[in-house]
Design a protein around this ligand. Structure first.
Ligand SMILES: *Cc1c(COP(=O)(O)O)cnc(C)c1O
Length: 345
C-alpha cells in the first residue's frame, strides 16, 4: 500500500537536483567563517530579506532561541501568543539557557493585536515586575492552522513594539508560505521584524537548517550564542548548498502545497462528524476537529487506509502538504478520511 504521509512538511527528502548541489558544494570550516557555501547562503538570505546579515543555524528552534536571546537577558520577559511554537514546542530553551520568562497571551487566530501587546508590556516603575524586552510573533502560525499575518497587523505590532521600546522577533519557520498566501514580499514581512528565523527544512525541502537574520551587530553576537549551544558546524556547506538550491528552486512550488491543502480541506468539510475551518486553510496545513472520536483512534483507522496525520489535541488532527505530495494524492484524502471515520464508529 502506498502511504500518504501528511504528518509534517519536515518529512520531505532532498530532490535529485538538490543532492547534486550538495555533492558539488565548495567547502571550508564555517567556525573559521571559511565555508564559501555557508557564506554565500547567508549573504543571499540577508539580501533577500533586506537585512544586514544572516546566520545559518541547525534548526528553527535554535534560530528562535538565539534570535530572542539577542533581545532578552536573564530575568526579562518576552511576550508571545499562547499557542506559539516558541512557548509550546521548544523545550523551554529560553528559560533554561537564558533565564528568560515568556508571557503567553491567548489569541483567537495566533495574531497578537497592538492592544494585547500594549497591555502585556510591564510598567518600568514597579520593582515587583520583570522588564519586557521583546515580543515574538509566528508567521505562518502553525498552531492556528497555517494562518498568514496580514501586513496591517504586522505593521501595527511593529509600531507598538517601537512605541514601547521593545524588540520584535519573528518565528517565520514558514515565511515563504506566509509570503505567498498574504501576497507580501518576504522583504516587506521582514521589515516588520528586528530579527527573523525561517526554516529550510520544511516546505523548502532541505535535510536540515534554518536562517536567522538581523543587523551585523546582532548576527555577530548570534554566532557566539550558536557556538555556546554547540551549533558551530564545520563543513556545513553541504547543507548550505541545499539551502541555496532551495531558495532558487523550491519557493514557487509552495503554491502547489497550498492548493493541495485546500483540496483536502474542501473535500473534508462536507463529511459528517468532522469540522474544518476553511478560513484558516491559507497555506499548507489543515486542522480537523473530530466531533465524536478521539484523534488517536481516528489516526489508527487512517493508518489502515494508508494515510498518516498528527494528533494535535484530544480531538484535533493535523495534515500538512509538502514536496512529494501530488494533487492526485490530495484528491484521495477526503475519501480515505471518510472511510477511516466509518471504521471508528
Ligand atoms: C518547525 C517549527 C519551528 C522549529 O523548527 P525546528 O527546525 O523543528 O527546530 C519553529 N517554529 C515553527 C512555527 C515551526 O513550525
Amino acid at each position: 500500500m502506498t502511504i500518504i504521509d501528511l504528518r509534517s512538511d519536515t518529512l520531505t527528502f532532498p530532490s535529485e537536483a538538490m543532492r547534486q548541489a550538495m555533492v558539488r558544494a565548495e567547502l571550508g570550516d564555517d567556525v573559521f567563517g571559511e565555508d564559501p557555501s555557508v557564506n554565500a547562503l547567508q549573504d543571499y538570505a540577508a539580501d533577500l530579506l533586506g537585512k544586514e546579515a544572516a546566520l545559518f543555524v541547525s534548526s528553527g528552534t535554535m534560530g528562535n532561541l538565539v534570535g530572542i536571546l539577542l533581545h532578552a537577558s536573564r530575568g526579562q520577559e518576552v511576550i508571545v501568543d499562547a499557542d506559539s511554537h516558541v512557548f509550546r514546542s521548544e523545550a523551554a530553551g529560553l528559560a533554561v539557557v537564558g533565564g528568560v520568562q515568556l508571557r503567553p497571551v491567548a489569541t483567537e487566530r495566533g495574531i497578537l493585536s497592538a492592544g494585547q501587546i500594549k497591555s502585556a508590556v510591564r510598567p518600568l516603575d514597579d520593582d515587583h515586575q520583570p522588564f519586557t524586552a521583546a515580543v515574538s510573533v509566528e508567521n505562518t502560525h502553525n498552531g492556528h492552522g497555517g494562518i498568514a499575518w496580514p501586513l496591517a497587523d504586522l505593521q501595527s505590532v511593529k509600531n507598538i513594539a517601537d512605541d514601547n521600546r521593545i524588540s520584535l522577533h519573528m518565528d517565520g519557520a514558514r515565511l515563504f508560505n506566509a509570503s505567498i498566501a498574504s501576497q507580501i514580499s518576504v522583504r516587506d514581512i521582514s521589515a516588520c521584524a528586528d530579527t527573523l528565523t525561517f526554516c529550510l527544512s520544511k516546505g523548502l525541502g532541505c535535510p536540515a537548517g534554518s536562517i536567522l537574520v538581523g543587523s551585523v551587530e546582532q548576527i555577530r553576537l548570534a554566532r557566539r550564542w550558536r557556538k555556546l549551544l554547540g551549533g558551530g558546524m564545520r563543513q556545513a556547506g553541504v547543507l548550505a548548498a541545499a539551502g541555496l538550491y532551495a531558495l532558487d528552486n523550491m519557493v514557487d512550488r509552495l503554491n502547489v502545497d497550498h492548493h493541495n491543502a485546500y483540496l483536502i480541506a474542501r473535500g473534508i468539510v462536507d463529511i459528517d462528524g468532522i469540522s474544518v475551518d476553511l478560513t484558516r486553510v491559507q497555506t499548507n496545513i489543515v486542522y480537523l476537529d473530530l466531533d465524536a472520536v478521539s484523534a488517536a483512534d481516528f489516526l489508527l483507522a487512517c493508518r489502515d487506509e494508508g494515510l498518516l496525520g498528527l494528533a494535535m489535541a484530544e480531538r484535533t488532527v493535523r495534515f500538512v502538504t509538502h514536496y512529494g505530495i501530488e494533487e492526485k494524492d490530495a484528491n484521495k484524502v477526503p475519501q480515505l478520511v471518510a472511510r477511516a471515520l466509518q471504521h471508528c464508529a
